[in-house]
Design a protein around this ligand. Structure first.
Ligand code: UD1
Length: 436
């Protein structure tokens, strides 16, 4: 398995570019199921989860051309024939976001079979709200041999109030509603930019949607959708990770090709922690940190609050801040797996339930550490970049699921990071991974 070897101590200087958002690209690829025509997506990141989604669509009879290396990272998807509307366990177990095909499959073909995701490393991540919503829209749900089967001749518009805010749940039911008969009202929806991005694609395909980006979305179902071309939003979590990278290393980094409007909570928190941040226009941000960082508490929330997907990276920064920071994880249980690895590098962190208390500043010393999930890996990369000596990060396949060419990007701004091993040589599919 690949490893990263990182020598700490270099401030990051220069310009680093953000890729397209994996969490927008995944539902947008699933949306191609809704039409017989071609859907062309630009700014698709070259990350492992996208390759997994390609495999998933192909296994169902779709054609997916991932056009990396060409301008715009353009991907063309055709789901004209969907001969096998099944999301197989072998794929779902490596990427839980595979459950995003449930809504569009049943809406388009009247039948969806999706493997149940099973247990995972960051606590229970059920998809009961997706299923409940589809049932309210008239689907018959059965469970057999580890699969969920949803059937409906045509889904019917309905009023659905999510018991809990769910990002992929909102996306899944939105995709189901666009082809349903009549009006669907979704309440207590996720307001994440990824939902808005998906709604923009669906609208370009002919869907009638109002209110995406707010907690109430209204959809007037249509009989058919057509093809469309859409550009994926920049990845706000990758941008946030680079903001922390600039601040933690005492660097001066320009983060290009991002959307500052999606980063308000992260920017606000980093400024509170003593970083200097300037918005340089509509798609770029400069981050500097000359003085000592200071402790600041963080509580994860749904958008527009501080994202759970930045909690681990922020914690790496908190180890370098003077004073005590309290980090509260409100979205997922058991999302503190990076803590024990940070502690092995010299951090002073105590976890009590959903709360971690970090006492800083701790000098970090290089160590051999293990990546446990996508964002935890990012946290360890950040910590290793300020640790004294050479750290070795094992299981970086987690990082590859969501960060495009991360080591090249970081090397380009002065980090000492290299990859050991052959990126596609191991059987990483065997690992049960998480799609944050
Ligand atoms: C998405 C993101 C992930 C991010 C998360 C929260 C993708 C591919 N992944 O994950 O990166 O960390 O949003 O911002 O976009 N829940 C239920 N029942 C359900 C669905 C969710 O109880 O049917 C609970 C979950 O267990 C969790 C909370 O709701 O506690 C939020 O989860 P959700 O927003 O659904 O996360 P994902 O969409 O899986």
């Amino acid at each position: 398995m690949d490893k990263f070897v990182i020598r700490g101590g270099n401030p990051l200087l220069g310009t680093i570019r953000v890729s397209g958002a994996k969490n927008s690209a995944l539902p947008c690829m699933a949306a191609a199921i809704l039409t017989e025509d071609e859907v062309v997506l630009e700014n698709i990141p070259q990350v492992r989860d996208i390759e997994t989604e390609r495999k998933l669509l192909v296994s169902m009879g779709g054609e997916v051309e991932l056009g990396y290396g060409r301008a715009q990272h353009r991907t063309t998807i055709s789901c004209r024939l969907l001969s096998d509307p099944v999301a197989k366990y072998e794929i779902v177990k490596t990427m839980r976001a595979s459950s995003l095909v449930l809504g569009p499959l049943v809406a388009r073909t009247g039948l969806a079979r999706v493997a149940m995701p099973g247990g995972c490393a960051i606590g229970g991540r059920p998809i009961d709200l997706h299923i409940k919503g589809l049932e309210t829209m008239g689907a018959t749900i059965t469970y057999e041999h580890g699969y969920i089967e949803a059937r409906a001749e045509r889904l019917k518009g309905a009023h659905i109030n999510f018991d809990k805010i769910t990002v992929t749940g909102t996306e899944d039911l939105l995709m189901a509603a666009v082809l349903a008969e009549g009006e669907t009202v979704l309440e207590n929806c996720a307001r994440e930019p990824e939902v808005t991005d998906l709604a923009a694609l669906l609208t370009a395909m002919g869907a009638k949607i109002e209110g995406a980006g707010t907690s109430i979305i209204r959809v007037q179902g249509v009989d058919k959708l057509h093809g469309a071309r859409h550009r994926i939003n920049p990845d706000r979590i990758e941008a946030g990770t680079f903001l922390v990278a600039g601040a933690i290393t005492g660097g001066d980094l320009c983060i290009a090709n991002c959307n500052p409007a999606h980063l308000s909570a992260i920017i606000g928190k980093l400024e509170e922690a003593g970083a200097r941040i300037d918005i340089l226009g509509k798609d770029s941000i400069r981050v500097r940190s000359e003085g000592q960082l200071k402790a600041a508490d963080v509580s994860t929330e749904e958008y527009p609050g501080f994202p759970t997907d930045m909690q681990a990276q922020y914690m790496a920064l908190a180890t370098q801040a003077d004073g005590t920071s309290v980090v509260t994880e409100n979205i997922f249980e058991n999302r503190f797996m990076h803590v024990q690895e940070l502690v092995r590098m010299g951090a002073n962190i105590k976890v009590d339930g959903r709360t971690a208390t970090i006492r800083g500043k701790s000098p970090l010393s290089a160590a051999a550490v293990m990546c446990s999930d996508l964002r935890a890996s990012a946290s360890l990369v950040l910590a290793a970049m300020v640790a004294d000596g050479e750290s070795i990060l094992d299981r970086v396949y987690h990082m590859d699921r969501g960060y495009e060419h991360i080591e090249e990007k970081l090397r380009g701004v002065g980090a000492q990071i290299r990859r050991m091993g052959n990126i596609f040589a191991d059987k990483r599919e065997l690992a049960t991974a998480e799609a944050y």
